[in-house]
Design a protein around this ligand. Structure first.
Ligand SMILES: Cc1cc2nc3c(=O)[nH]c(=O)nc-3n(C[C@H](O)[C@H](O)[C@H](O)COP(=O)(O)OP(=O)(O)OC[C@H]3O[C@@H](n4cnc5c(N)ncnc54)[C@H](O)[C@@H]3O)c2cc1C
Length: 437
């Protein structure tokens, strides 16, 4: 029987493993953590299990929608009208519809009109023309200096910290296009969520994988990918060797380089050139709603974060009995000293800032808090991504790699990772067929 080892039990790994097992291939899925899900995993607290990080779905997240259908879970996918706002210098401004944009006082009227037109203009542009341009000058040219500072600078700072000046304009463009697909009309944006959270899909795939004979090993950090005569022969984990006819790695590129020691050449050199950024996110369970908005971008010097996501304004999570979930994330470089910040200190400064956004906010509202940190949360989309992104097929004929950078200029998503997992499984199946023939 043909054997495949999949490294990493996040969305890409689970999808690849599930696709292969359906073809009668013997698959072992190795996950270093104690549970499946990767960045989309959930954690247990106060009798509930909720995602460590917020996850919403956009129209066009087809691989996720198809997976729900395959698992017979489509009834759990809900689309809901969502609202966003900007908190600028002490005032909260709704910011979604043309009417709200027209009333957006932090910008003079002609800048507001220009912003509306700029979004429409950007959506008509072609990726290949935008890709080599840097996002900040591109946005400044399109929207004007003032609108860049007020509207875009918080997003760039939030998503990329000090990497912001290096980002390709195509990343922002792709984000505008993705969100515009979720607009049912100019006045309404619909975002999706899965009742029960992403774990329903990810664990659903895991359960079906095991039912079909797949093997999941948790707390199994792969130490090395083994090679012989130019082919991958298996992996080493916990001092043991697991032999394989093909290996799929779904771990971040810097980890892959450590696992595939001995692998050299331009492919590996390209992997080393893709920077990544980490995530630092305060998770709060609250007794009351902070704002009616799903997403608030903050642009106020007194506020130490650039955005906040009140997840229960999208997914009501009835299991919380009316309590609210608020995520306050900040993307940071892996070596940023803020990763070492004391949780209590974060809670204190963020609570003070939340009281600026909603003066009624009080620390007594918080019934649970935790700061989640991941040093690898997102690859950075540089201006040369079209020529530097590594292929899923590595130079080793039976070794495959997926990484969210392969989705560039699009942002990483569960759906996108499902697509990468599907493609890796297809290529592995092809390679196994060739090796036999
Ligand atoms: C703050 C935040 C918000 C997000 N919001 C959204 C959203 O709204 N919508 C959306 O669709 N997506 C969102 N995402 C993105 C989504 O979570 C990721 O795109 C997705 O989880 C990536 O899946 P992956 O399998 O490619 O990688 P990962 O999820 O990173 O999985 C990789 C797995 O490999 C494991 N691993 C690492 N090293 C080893 C080793 N040596 N041996 C074995 N296993 C190993 C890791 O533990 C991990 O489980 C968000 C992510 C973050 C961080």
């Amino acid at each position: 029987m043909r054997r495949v080892v999949v490294i990493g039990g996040g969305p890409a790994g689970i999808k690849a493993a599930h696709t292969l097992v359906k073809q009668g291939i013997h698959v072992t899925l190795l996950e270093s953590d104690a549970l499946l899900g990767g960045l989309a995993s959930s954690f247990a607290f106060q009798g509930v299990r909720i995602e460590r990080y917020y996850h919403f779905i956009c129209k066009g997240d087809d691989h996720l929608v198809d997976t729900l259908e395959e698992l017979g879970l489509s009834r759990l996918l809900h689309w809901k009208s969502s609202r966003m706002a900007y908190f600028v210098d002490g005032v909260l401004y709704p910011f979604l519809t043309p009417w709200e944009l027209l009333r957006f006082e932090p910008l003079p009227l002609h800048d507001r009109l220009r912003a509306g037109l700029a979004v429409k203009l950007a959506q008509r542009m072609r990726e290949e023309d935008i890709a080599p341009q840097r996002a900040i000058p591109w946005l400044t040219r399109l929207f004007g200096e003032r609108a860049y500072r007020v509207i875009w600078e918080p997003l760039m700072r939030f998503k990329f910290a000090e990497h912001a000046p290096e980002i390709s304009a195509a990343w922002i463009w792709a984000r505008m296009v993705r969100l515009s697909r979720s607009r049912t009309n100019p006045w309404k944006e619909e975002l999706g969520y899965v009742e029960g959270g992403s774990k329903v899909v990810l664990e659903g795939l895991g359960t079906d994988f095991e039912r079909r004979g797949g093997r999941i090993v948790l707390q199994a950090p792969v130490e090395q990918i083994l090679f012989e005569s130019g082919r991958a022969t298996g992996v080493r984990v916990g001092g043991e060797t697991i032999p394989a006819d093909a290996v799929i790695s779904t771990v971040t590129t810097s980890r892959f380089r450590k696992l595939a020691q001995g692998l050299e050449g331009s492919y590996v050199e390209r992997l080393a050139r893709i920077p990544t950024i980490g995530i630092f996110c305060l998770f709060l369970r609250l007794k009351h709603q902070t704002t009616p908005f799903f997403w608030v971008n903050a642009n106020d010097p007194r506020v130490p974060f650039a955005g906040m996501i009140e997840y229960t304004n999208l997914n009501p999570l009835p299991e919380l009995g009316g309590d609210r979930i608020l995520y306050v994330p900040q993307y940071l470089s892996a070596d940023d000293p803020r990763f070492a910040q004391d949780d209590e200190e974060v809670l204190r400064s963020y609570s003070d800032a939340l009281a600026l956004v909603n003066p009624a906010f009080d620390r007594s509202w918080i019934t649970y808090s935790h700061v989640f940190r991941d040093r690898y949360a997102q690859p950075i989309c540089l201006t040369d991504y079209r020529t530097t992104t590594p292929e899923i097929r590595t130079p080793v004929p039976n070794l495959f790699l997926t990484d969210s950078c392969q989705l560039h200029p699009h942002d990483r998503t569960i759906s996108g990772s499902f697509g990468l997992g599907l493609e890796a499984a297809r290529l592995a199946t092809e390679a196994l067929g060739e090796a036999r023939g």
